[in-house]
Design a protein around this ligand. Structure first.
Ligand SMILES: [Zn+2]
Length: 351
């Protein structure tokens, strides 16, 4: 009973096969360095491709071993995929074909995941069996928002000129607890610290702004689909932290469907970007929005200029703000920290 329909762009197929994922990752541009002691301190020395090969294989294997178990992609997402891919490609200014494949995974720890090196994104669909139809619809909307968010992360390595993986091998001496520092892909790439044995990552950089960017794109999509809080602008939406603190959040960062609403941790970063934009508009009306600057950081021809613009723009609000925001990690406490920095600036600057 094969269906004759053509597959949606990016829809999961045999690309989930580990051998094919490994092959795709091998084709990426890799830079491998070894930290080597010199008289003036440790210096990264580039390895030639032959010497680098086994280390490249190590990190690819490590990534593939981390993949969560795959489950079928829900039909409601499959039907929406062409629209989602076209929306992300249009807003980000990239080719649909350069965006990551999407599949579904059984992953209780998070809603979704994007692995730049493997060109693959995952969503963990909510279990809705036995729930009333309106609740199911709400969870479907939340999952749809996650799908947009994860595919949006793929914009960072959509430009082949920016797609590379950097691995720096660090000797485990002097108190370091990792063997590799690895940066995956383009202008909003991820940096991981981990060991050859595959010990879970101990850190990432640029998380706060990267999450805010992807979530802003997801919320723009939800607005287009009329699935967010724009429908109820006076409702007091809040994000409740693990400690029970309630943080007010703008209605457009809320997924709203069938009378229910939900908000994710990364919405804090998206809302913070909005608050910072309001501050910028107050002090410099000609300033570009942070989302647009960060979009340009993901294209090779504008990357360097945009990165400098982002630093200068943030530091114009408060000296050192760029460093402060770009060193926040992907943890709830750091997301809350970034939110509070933006909220405080808005209180001070926006009349
Ligand atoms: Zn994310």
């Amino acid at each position: 009973m094969d269906s004759p329909e053509t597959p949606a762009p990016g829809a999961a197929d045999s690309r989930r096969d580990p051998a094919k994922l490994a092959e795709a990752a091998q084709q990426t541009n890799w830079h491998v360095y070894r930290m080597t002691p010199t008289r003036t301190g440790d210096m990264p020395v580039a390895l030639n491709p032959e010497a680098a090969a086994s280390h490249v294989q190590n990190v690819i294997d490590w990534r593939i071993n981390q993949l969560p178990p795959e489950v079928p992609l829900p039909e409601y997402i499959h039907d929406k995929l062409p629209g989602i891919y076209n929306f992300v490609a249009k807003v980000a200014g990239v080719d649909v074909d350069s965006l990551p494949e999407l599949s579904a995974a059984d992953d209780h720890d998070r809603h979704g995941l994007h692995i730049p090196m493997l060109g693959h994104a995952y969503i963990a669909p909510h279990a809705t069996e036995g729930l009333p139809e309106h609740v199911e619809k709400f969870y479907q909307a939340m999952t749809e928002s996650t799908a947009v968010h994860e595919i949006a992360h793929g914009v960072a390595n959509a430009d082949p000129g920016l797609t590379h993986n950097t691995v720096i091998m660090t000797p485990q001496t002097g108190g370091t607890s990792y063997d590799y520092v690895m940066t995956e892909a383009g202008g909003l790439g991820k940096t991981h610290f981990y060991t050859k044995e595959g010990t879970p990552q101990t850190g990432q950089t640029l998380s706060f702004l990267r999450e805010g960017w992807a979530e802003t794109l997801a919320m723009r999509y939800m607005a287009e689909q009329e699935l967010n809080g724009e429908l109820a602008p006076n409702y007091p939406f809040v994000y409740t932290t693990a400690e029970g603190e309630q943080l007010p959040i703008g209605p457009k960062y809320v997924v709203m469907c069938e009378g229910m609403w939900g908000v994710t941790q990364t919405s804090l970063a998206a809302y913070a970007m909005d608050m910072l934009d309001e501050c910028l508009a107050t002090i410099n009306p000609s300033s570009r929005q942070l989302f647009d600057i960060m979009r340009d950081m993901q294209h090779v021809e504008t990357q360097i200029q945009a990165q400098q613009e982002l630093a200068a723009t943030l530091n114009s609000l408060q000296p050192g703000l760029y460093k402060e925001l770009t060193t926040l990690a992907y943890t709830e406490s750091d997301m809350v920290k970034g939110y509070k920095i933006a909220q405080e600036l808005k209180t001070l600057m926006v009349p």
